[in-house]
Design a protein around this ligand. Sequence first.
Ligand SMILES: Cc1cc2nc3c(=O)[nH]c(=O)nc-3n(C[C@H](O)[C@H](O)[C@H](O)COP(=O)(O)OP(=O)(O)OC[C@H]3O[C@@H](n4cnc5c(N)ncnc54)[C@H](O)[C@@H]3O)c2cc1C
Length: 465
Amino acid sequence: MEKYDILVVGGSTTGSWFARRMAEEGHKVLVIEKEKPDDVSRAYDIFHMTKKEMEQFGLEIPKEGDKEFGFFFDGSPMLSPFGNYPKKTVPNTIVGLHKHDYIMLMNDYAEKAGAKILYGAAFVDFIKEGNKIVGARYKTDEGEKDVYASLVADCTGIPAVARTKMPDSSTVENYKLTPEDIFYVVLYYAVYESEDVKPEELHASFLNYKAVWSAPSGNPHGAILGIGGNYSYAYSEEVFKDFRKNVPWPRYTVEKVEKGMTPYRRGIYSFVDDNFIALGDTACLTKPTCGEGCTSSLVQCTIAVKVIDELLKEGKELTKENMWCINKEYLRQQGIAFDSMRALLKGVVSTSYEEAEYMFKNDIIFSEKILGGGGEDLQISPADIAKIVSGMAIGVATGKIRPTTVKKIVKGLLQSGEITKLYEEYPETPAGYWDWKKKADELWEKVGPMSDICDPVILKRLGIK
Ligand SMILES: Cc1cc2nc3c(=O)[nH]c(=O)nc-3n(C[C@H](O)[C@H](O)[C@H](O)COP(=O)(O)OP(=O)(O)OC[C@H]3O[C@@H](n4cnc5c(N)ncnc54)[C@H](O)[C@@H]3O)c2cc1C
């Protein structure tokens, strides 16, 4: 009988990094990844992480010329819906990487640390003794096999193949993501028709289309023009057409289009149950402003490695009681900021393009101070709040901002505060979980999904709603 300390299901950024770190701590780790090596992480080519985050998590930074290397760039401003009022962001070196090659590099490091990786091995179901998870069944071209482990870690991203098989009585929610909870990302690899265009001068993000951005593609005369939205790729592409109508842009041809999905929903309330943990996109830990999740999941993995390593070294069981502190610490380090930001964003992004343009112009919420740091280390003083309030009052009095918009922004602010307060009261042990979950469910029911702010005209045109 094959027995491991840790069985990682899914060998992409989250699973690979968690497997490597657990193996570095001396534990016996197996990764099962459903794709064959050539097919791992092929949905899209280029992804980014900041240099600072890569250093924080000990991720190797490839050199120019290495096959994993895409480019370095220094970040870009946030722009108003019609492109007139750029707000500079804090300079931050960003590393562009070829995803498939970089994941395979990460997997090489995991194997060097001692983890075993089985490619072409898809999770089928848990193996249980009574109610206790003791391993998993997986399928390869040769048939089905069983593997035993003290912990099964679901790192399979959106399909969450193991998490969604947890019983309703589990402290790990077993919901499946719906199109309302998913960000459908479309990437247009553009090449500018005129050699005079300087793509680096155009790189920017446009928050008010939910998210539209221009970023390097690796081609000196090109860029990746990206868009993310709820419900479907067709919805995202329609919003991109609005952007193209509103913002003048040099002529380009599209060389290739890539599409992919990322969760766009609050994180699950508890990652752990007895002998089980959900990590990364499986647990919906993507950044609220852009849907990126490669490094935000490593914040959670770092906490999980520390706790699980200590428990295994002390010979303790990997029960939900023993691993509960992972939930609490994650919320403290990142979860509260992310999930309270979701409610706030719903309010802020409900502005019409014209209202947002006015607010960018007058530094009302859309100021360099608030947008510039991407939400990190944001300190809003009473003077800032007074400026926002007076700016909005003038906007309403002059007909530039609708009173209904102010109401939505205030609602977002208040709900953001309520989420912070409730999450700070997260239970110390699983015993308090169900009462806390009831309150959290009621609050999120009031907040509603991010898809509420999709454009009703486009939704109707596409027959979605
Ligand atoms: C177009 C696009 C661009 C993005 N750009 C960025 C970016 O620049 N920076 C950033 O930080 N984030 C970015 N993201 C988000 C990022 O891709 C995810 O947050 C990240 O990949 C999550 O990693 P993960 O390992 O948790 O899940 P995934 O990357 O989804 O990996 C899950 C793994 O599990 C495997 N698997 C699935 N089912 C099974 C099964 N039954 N058995 C075994 N294995 C299975 C899959 O094959 C896969 O390898 C982008 C997303 C999209 C769609």
